[in-house]
Design a protein. Structure first.
Length: 502
């Protein structure tokens, strides 16, 4: 009988593999032919893995909540210690079911293959050593030969002429024609979503704007939009304190501040404001000498959007007076509980001082987050790339910047998530009405590494009126028109970044 040496067991990755097999049919489909029960070091992992494989063979889907039913039937056949361990594992798993509604399948597959490769080599080495030590050289040669078939199954090498792979290629062509929805994450609402499109896994997305145009606000809103689509979001801030950044997110969710009365920008039709439309709601003229008058509640102007969506609607803005509750601890806590109840516990924030952390630090902290909480992000927000520390301080400035942006793209692809960041425009962009792709500061090679870039443009008058204009300035995967803009209405006093868009 062979005796293997006791090794340190990495229970965290085995738990993640078993979790994937239980809750994700897509994951189970992709790893079914890779799984060998011998690769699992823990007895209870082998037992639960076998249950999921048997269930999949019969029903062609992951067991999900039915794993509890399987346990209830099978526990009589288990040793008491095994039953307790499995029961404890299933209990801890139940809290993850809601979080993993959009499971990051490709990332876990990469981790799974790495672990199975490691385990297969470890078992091979132990077996060969044991057989050679027992003088069974021929047997050692046999298991080495058998391992070649295992290595071929686990390896990432591709034969483009393999019939199964040809079928996969054919299906990928079909999905490209119909849009590959398996990689889709989320999109912004309304006209803004139509302009920006659907964000996908593996993408690096950047917001380009001059200073003080709301880049951080827009990154925070990106995080909120992702979380409301039940995606896990990891935020890295190098510009604000942990209380300041978290406070903005909570304020956005609760829509409360230190005042009780706020003026929200709303859309109006310019033809309603200058009196040239026969269908207009208002009798008051507020567009005089080529510009809209300052808002005054006493004027009594009534907005009109009857023709919105029609060619003769000319977007303009006015204000609406709205009363909101004043900031209170109970209201914040109630809003936070309501958000988690509706969308899950989906956001984690890590704060660094400016220029103190680089991409290597971020990657290490993501590993720690995964280990400590089992939290795997679908979306990563970095606020923002220009104030990250360089990977190599000895390199010249442009090389440092280029390396940082390359590593952000690498992070997106390695983690199979979307990475959002921002970059500051050059001096010319601050003086221009419309920001363009070439207005990027420092090294223009930043633009080479992004999958999509969006510009945030705003004049001083627009800022006063709560108006921001967003344009698609670069896109690797779809056609775009840098001159086409969407008007976004905001009230940043309440951290409301997208009230409406047109």
């Amino acid at each position: 009988m062979l005796h293997r040496r006791t090794k340190e067991i990495r229970t965290d990755i085995e738990k993640k593999i078993i979790t994937g097999m239980i809750i994700s049919t897509e994951y189970l489909q992709k790893v079914f032919n890779l799984v060998n029960l011998k690769y699992f070091a823990l007895d209870y992992s082998k037992i639960v893995a076998k249950w999921t494989l048997d269930y999949f063979k019969k029903y062609k889907e992951a067991p999900y909540h039915h794993i509890q039913d399987i346990y209830n039937v099978e526990k009589a056949n288990l040793k008491e210690t095994q039953a307790e361990l499995i029961e404890s594992f299933l209990y801890s798993l139940s809290s993850q079911f809601e979080r993993e509604s959009k499971f990051n399948v490709d990332y876990l597959i990469d981790r799974t293959i790495e672990y199975f490769e490691e385990r297969s080599l470890m078992l091979l080495a132990e077996d060969i050593q044991a057989y050679v030590g027992a003088g069974k050289i021929q047997k050692a040669k046999e298991i080495l030969q058998n391992h070649k078939a295992v290595a071929k199954t686990i390896s990432q090498w591709i034969n483009p002429f393999d019939e199964q792979f040809v079928s996969d290629v054919y299906r990928s062509y079909l999905s490209l024609e119909q849009d590959d929805i398996s990689e889709n994450l989320f999109k912004f609402p309304g006209k803004l979503g139509s302009l920006m499109g659907t964000f996908k896994r593996g993408w690096l997305i950047s917001y380009l704007a001059p200073r003080k145009r709301g880049k951080t606000f827009f990154l925070q809103e990106t995080a909120i939009q992702a979380a409301t689509n039940k995606l896990n979001v990891a935020i890295f801030s190098l510009e604000m304190s942990k209380l300041g950044f978290s406070g903005r997110i909570l304020q956005r969710i609760a829509s409360i501040g230190n005042e009780s009365v706020y003026y929200f920008p709303v859309f109006d039709c310019l033809r309603n404001q200058d009196g040239t439309c026969a269908r207009r709601e208002s009798t008051k003229i507020v567009y005089v000498n080529g510009e809209v008058m300052d808002y005054d509640e006493g004027i009594g102007h009534v907005v009109c959007t009857k023709c919105r969506g029609e060619p003769n609607f000319i977007p303009s803005t006015w204000f609406e007076k709205i009363q909101r509750p004043v900031m209170a601890e109970k209201r914040l806590k109630r809003s936070a509980r309501g958000f988690v109840f509706s969308y899950g516990d989906r956001i984690r924030i890590k704060v660094y001082p400016a220029y103190s952390a680089n991409l290597s630090d971020i990657m290490a902290d993501l590993d720690l987050l995964e280990y400590a909480e089992g939290f795997v992000p679908d979306v990563i927000v970095i606020d923002y790339a220009d104030i990250l520390a360089p990977e190599d301080r000895r390199a010249d400035l442009n090389t440092r910047i280029d390396e940082t942006w390359k590593m952000m793209k690498q992070l997106a692809e390695k983690r199979h998530c979307a990475v959002f960041t921002a970059t500051q425009g050059n001096r010319r962009s601050g003086e221009s009405k419309n920001v363009k792709a070439n207005d990027v500061s420092w090294d223009i090679r930043k633009n080479d590494h992004v999958d999509a870039q969006y510009t945030l443009s705003q004049t001083a008058d627009e800022k006063r009126r709560g108006v921001l204009r967003v344009a698609n300035s670069l896109h690797r995967w779809q056609e775009f028109d840098e001159n086409k803009q969407v008007i976004v209405l905001q009230n940043l006093k309440l951290a409301q970044v997208i009230l409406d868009c047109e």
